[in-house]
Design a binder for this molecule. Sequence first.
Ligand SMILES: [Zn+2]
Ligand SMILES: [Zn+2]
Length: 346
Amino acid sequence: MTESKGYAAPAAHAPLAPFDFQRRDVGPHDVRIEILFCGVCHSDVHQVRNEWGGSIFPMVPGHEIVGRVTEVGAHVTSFKPGDLAGVGCLVDSCQHCDECAEGLEQYCDNGSVGTYGAVDKDGSITYGGYSNNIVVTEKFVLHVSEKLDLARVAPLLCAGITTWSPLRQWNAKAGDRVAVMGLGGLGHMAVKFAAAMGCEVTVLSTSPSKEADAKALGAHKFVVTKDAEAMKSVRNYFDLIINTVSAAMDLTPYISSLRLDGTMVLLGVPPEAPQLHAFNLIAKRRRIAGSLIGGIKETQEMLDFCAENNVMSDVEIIRMDYINEAYERMMKSDVKYRFVIDLATL
Ligand SMILES: [Zn+2]
Ligand SMILES: [Zn+2]
């Protein structure tokens, strides 16, 4: 075992504080990564506060991890010490069900292993990226290009892949009309990706104040959803809506902005069921779907696309001991668009 340090929540709602723990030794298929940066995801806050139930404490959150490989096991073939590496939301899965065979580990029939707060295959509890190092089986480690700004790569491992995957699954391509709801950590990546894919990108927002930011991120259009006339102008319009909003809402007016066979993909998890009038789906054979992060193969494709197209998150880099304040600010959407911890400050 290797002495490791990080920041942990000792109990639900307790502030995060310094925490010493042990990582397993590097096994034959393992890679050890010295963590350089870790993004701060909304799900970190939900899990630290046990809002989804089942949280395990002490909890070391963090699943947007970028760092440098320091040690590899005897059977590791695709990484060597000194390589850059990334780890996202998953560190393992059964690796033999149909979903895993297709590279869709996030939908593993037997339950994939989350990067933190989960029970690993050896029975230990996983600890995430708010720490100085992590040991992960090679299959779940991503290659990161030396070309990119590492702090700005970290959020790609969750916010990035969560929005990339539905854009790819629903075949977003040049000329398609894509709308993005919610301009936070996820939404800002959806705008950047869809724009980089050549789509016509519209941000649907409740607050007119976000127009300049939306356009700066690459959006072509901005529609204030409270403005009935503006919403009328996009009736039967979009091929795809990426909905990142996690507040309870009536989906009906948004569904009406989909054209024939258009799809709204839900990425956020509101505490209450969304409202929806079935007729608005029926009228134009519209669809509602959901999507969960992305598989390892797809995550690598996204990282490679980002390296080629110079796509990265917009981040605010913070010290480790700022994390509790960062959570408070994040809950007020007071960040553009992702906090990233510089682990050199641990
Ligand atoms: Zn996340
Ligand atoms: Zn599986």
